[in-house]
Design a protein around this ligand. Structure first.
Ligand SMILES: *[C@@H]1O[C@H](CO)[C@@H](O)[C@H](O)[C@H]1NC(C)=O
Ligand SMILES: *[C@@H]1O[C@H](CO)[C@@H](O)[C@H](O)[C@H]1NC(C)=O
Ligand SMILES: *[C@@H]1O[C@H](CO)[C@@H](O)[C@H](O)[C@H]1NC(C)=O
Ligand SMILES: *[C@@H]1O[C@H](CO)[C@@H](O)[C@H](O)[C@H]1NC(C)=O
Ligand SMILES: *[C@@H]1O[C@H](CO)[C@@H](O)[C@H](O)[C@H]1NC(C)=O
Length: 362
């Protein structure tokens, strides 16, 4: 009989005009624009994570391909042994307290409904750090009982330079989660973008990621100065609120299947040809990644297996004590970008194999 399966990933459906958040420097939290209420629909139901677009039109397909090709053929049933866990992806974990309580309760109820069978968590993009945030905060005995494994797709374990570019240029997030046009105009106000800025655990203190003539160079230690220079104090505050939520990226303490694309041109740093272009018109330098997340961040899960992390032809960074005894499986998919990973057949075949192994199906 199958283990159950839970998706942890973002999904919010809303009017584009209404997605802006307003930051309150006193409470250090965000609220919707006046008069706007945003509801995260269908918690537990898979519909909200299979389709981002209520019309279920093809461009809005999200987890639908994986559910249809990897899970249903193995006997999984929507809303019974497959559940969806949508959240307001504009917010970072510090503002999603109720979500994590609901998420934990859903894991427990799904376990019971399935006849006391542990669940597999599956995430895309920021869903990976979100699930890790929960796993950091529950007891090992809870994980041993309820969580069979976690499968992460394209998780930005150490953030992404693209998030920084989003704050600067304010344009398409290219997206952790949704097609760009859905998001335009909101990313700068989203604490989740600050949460996903490149981490000091993954970039070194002498690596210049942003360079502005007449202003200077910025590394991952210079967010405060950067946001000051672009006269965006909310950015600095939101980074302070969210920059340490992942701790030292301690291991999840459950078996990991870490899947991601690579070999896709990804923003690695940016600079300004003249200071009059700052901050809206950066010039971009590209490197390896999945088009949204840099390769070193995607490979962050390797720290838990204790492997050395190669981050470039010359540099290596030291791996801290974040290893775990549970296996860490790592699989890269060349040429597959951040969103394609949800639709690619080699990925869904891999997931099918993983799920068969977990369920002892030949
Ligand atoms: C900001 O938060 C503080 C403290 O919670 C509250 O008293 C204040 O009314 C809020 N400001 C606005 C504009 O909502
Ligand atoms: C899940 O949500 C969809 C769309 O809102 C709805 O049509 C469907 O009936 C729901 N499924 C269950 C089992 O509640
Ligand atoms: C899932 O289906 C059950 C009935 O089988 C229903 O009670 C529940 O509301 C559904 N949940 C969602 C989120 O659709
Ligand atoms: C699941 O565990 C509970 C508590 O230990 C027990 O009462 C129940 O009978 C178990 N259910 C199944 C299907 O084994
Ligand atoms: C900024 O960094 C570049 C190399 O990336 C270096 O050539 C330049 O001197 C630096 N400028 C300042 C002001 O530190």
């Amino acid at each position: 009989m199958n283990d159950s399966f839970i998706f942890g990933l973002p999904s919010v459906l809303f009017q584009i005009d209404n997605v802006r958040l307003i930051y309150n420097f006193t409470s250090r939290t965000t609220t919707n624009s006046p008069g706007v209420t945003i509801r995260v629909p269908g918690f537990g139901n898979t519909t909200s994570v299979e389709f981002l677009d209520p019309s279920e039109a093809s461009p809005g397909h999200y987890f639908n391909h994986i559910v249809t090709t990897s899970l249903l053929p193995l006997g999984y049933v929507r809303n019974e042994t497959v559940k969806g866990v949508p959240y307001d992806f504009r917010k970072a974990p510090n503002e999603l307290h109720q979500f994590f309580l609901d998420f934990q309760a859903l894991v427990e109820s799904t376990y019971r409904e399935a006849g006391n069978k542990s669940v597999v968590l599956m995430t895309h993009s920021m869903g990976g750090p979100m699930a890790l945030y929960l796993l950091h905060r529950v007891k090992q005995s809870w994980k041993d009982k309820y969580v069979r494994a976690i499968v992460t797709l394209g998780a930005p374990w150490g953030g992404s330079v693209k998030a920084w570019k989003v704050f600067a240029a304010g344009d398409d997030l290219g997206v952790y989660v949704l097609p760009a046009h859905t998001l335009r105009g909101m990313q700068r106000t989203s604490p989740s973008t600050a949460f996903l800025l490149p981490s000091t655990l993954f970039w070194e203190k002498d690596e210049v990621l942003v360079s502005v003539p007449g202003k200077g160079n910025y590394t991952v230690h210079d967010y405060e100065r950067f946001f000051h220079d672009m006269e965006f104090p909310e950015g600095a505050a939101m980074r302070q609120d969210t920059g340490s939520l992942m701790g030292q990226l301690e291991a999840p303490g459950v078996e990991v299947f870490c899947l991601h694309g690579q070999g896709v041109s990804t923003v690695e740093s940016f600079y300004y040809k003249e200071d009059k272009y700052f901050p809206d018109r950066p010039s971009l330098n590209y490197g390896n990644g999945d088009g949204t997340v840099n390769i070193r961040s995607l490979r962050g899960c390797l720290r838990w297996a204790g492997k050395r992390l190669r981050i470039g032809p010359k540099r290596r960074i030291r791996v801290e004590g974040t290893k775990q005894s549970q296996p860490v499986h790592h699989q890269e998919f060349p040429g597959i970008d951040h969103m394609e990973i949800l639709k690619d057949d080699s990925v869904s075949d891999y997931i099918t194999t993983v799920m068969k192994t977990i369920n002892n199906i030949r």
